[in-house]
Ligand binder design. Structure first.
Ligand code: KG4
Ligand code: ZN
Length: 333
């Protein structure tokens, strides 16, 4: 059983042998946070408390198992909103205690990195993984034995965070990723030349706040001039998306070339982005690298990815690692 309450989704799933997703239940809190234009941590915690028991029960029922069939319980204990994490960890602790099951604390980012290995990828020779979500943007080298090397990460905002902010500037609601993705498909990606921060730096770091600010000023100016008609919105969305995806794809490809990785995996909420998926595939094909991304419901936050990586760690001997939001010795995330 894998549980994740790190942000605004209450999630529980049952996974067999680290591969087969028997159930994957997610209660989204989007409606609760929508009117505030972002996740309100205290509200997230309260909503998790309301949902957690039901979501866990449903995950067992849908998998057709009871607690007696489980081998272990895993829960995300870092990183995330502290109050939100606390709810999942408290629930998992109680369940493990009551049912006398081992309990494993799992890093949320390791969960995202594992998502493509649920059903999709079997082996795990060296590969590069681009993890892009509302809270994280990381390029990671994944080695045999679930060892990781972080090549680079964002120096400021996460890619998803910037999508959400830009949607806010355009008055498109929250969260912004999918709306901008859809709108961008009707717009001209070359209409506005937004900056590509750190694209050409000699490393694997990212920076997105400059793009965000640039879009903000552009939108304010266009609005003042009365130019923000529908086409304008589409063009801004497409041009903004082109800038973000350009940098992500360029640096990911650089990593693949430099490390000799045979494949690149794409995961996290922004991995649902149609332009990112298509561009990365196209660019990778040119250098003969494979691209793997999990289905949408495994890209965004879920319990299956937590159960999956927990199974692998359990095989390696991990039995708890549970102190809340603490980074264990040797952890690189
Ligand atoms: O992984 P996730 O569910 O939660 C975090 O751990 O952050 O990612 C959520 C993020 C949000 O910022 C959302 O706007 C973004 O993923 N997202 C997208 C798309 N779908 C979701 N961003 C771009 N294009 C999409 N289609
Ligand atoms: Zn996430």
């Amino acid at each position: 059983l894998g549980i994740d309450t790190s942000c605004d989704e209450t999630a529980a799933a049952v996974v067999a042998d680290g591969r087969e997703v028997l159930s994957n239940i997610v209660a989204s809190q989007v409606e609760t946070h929508q009117e505030y234009g972002g996740v309100v941590p205290e509200l997230a915690s309260r909503k998790h408390i309301e949902a957690i028991n039901y979501i866990v029960s449903r995950s067992l029922a849908e998998a057709g198992v009871t607690f007696k069939d489980l081998e272990a319980i895993a829960v995300t204990n870092r990183p995330g909103l502290i109050g939100a994490l606390l709810v999942g960890v408290a629930a998992a602790k109680s369940l493990a205690y009551c049912h006398n099951l081992p309990l494993l604390g799992i890093n949320h980012i390791e969960g995202h990195i594992y998502a493509p290995f649920l059903a999709l990828l079997a082996s795990q020779n060296l590969l590069s993984c681009l993890t892009v979500s509302g809270g994280h943007t990381l390029l990671v080298e994944v080695h045999e034995g679930w060892q990781y090397k972080v090549l680079g990460s964002t120096q400021d905002d996460a890619a998803g965070e910037v999508y959400d902010k830009v949607a806010k500037y355009l008055g498109l609601g929250f969260p912004g990723g999918k709306v901008i993705d859809d709108l961008a498909q009707k717009g001209n990606p070359s209409a506005v030349k937004f900056p590509r921060p750190m694209r050409n730096t000699d490393d694997y770091q990212f920076s997105f706040s400059g793009i965000k600010t640039s879009v903000r000023y552009f939108v304010e100016k266009a609005r003042r001039a009365g130019l923000l008609v529908e086409n304008g919105q589409q063009d801004i969305a497409a041009s903004f998306q082109a800038a973000v995806v350009d940098v992500l794809v360029y640096k990911s490809l650089r990593a693949v070339k430099a490390t000799g990785a045979a494949a690149i995996t794409l995961t996290g909420g922004v991995a649902a982005n149609s332009h990112l998926r298509a561009s990365l595939k196209l660019a990778a094909a040119e250098i003969g690298a494979e691209v793997y991304y999990p289905p949408m419901n495994l890209c965004t936050d879920n319990g299956a990815m937590i159960a999956g990586i927990a199974y692998q760690k359990y095989q390696q001997g991990l039995r708890d690692g549970l102190s809340l939001n603490a980074t264990p010795k040797g952890s690189i995330f």
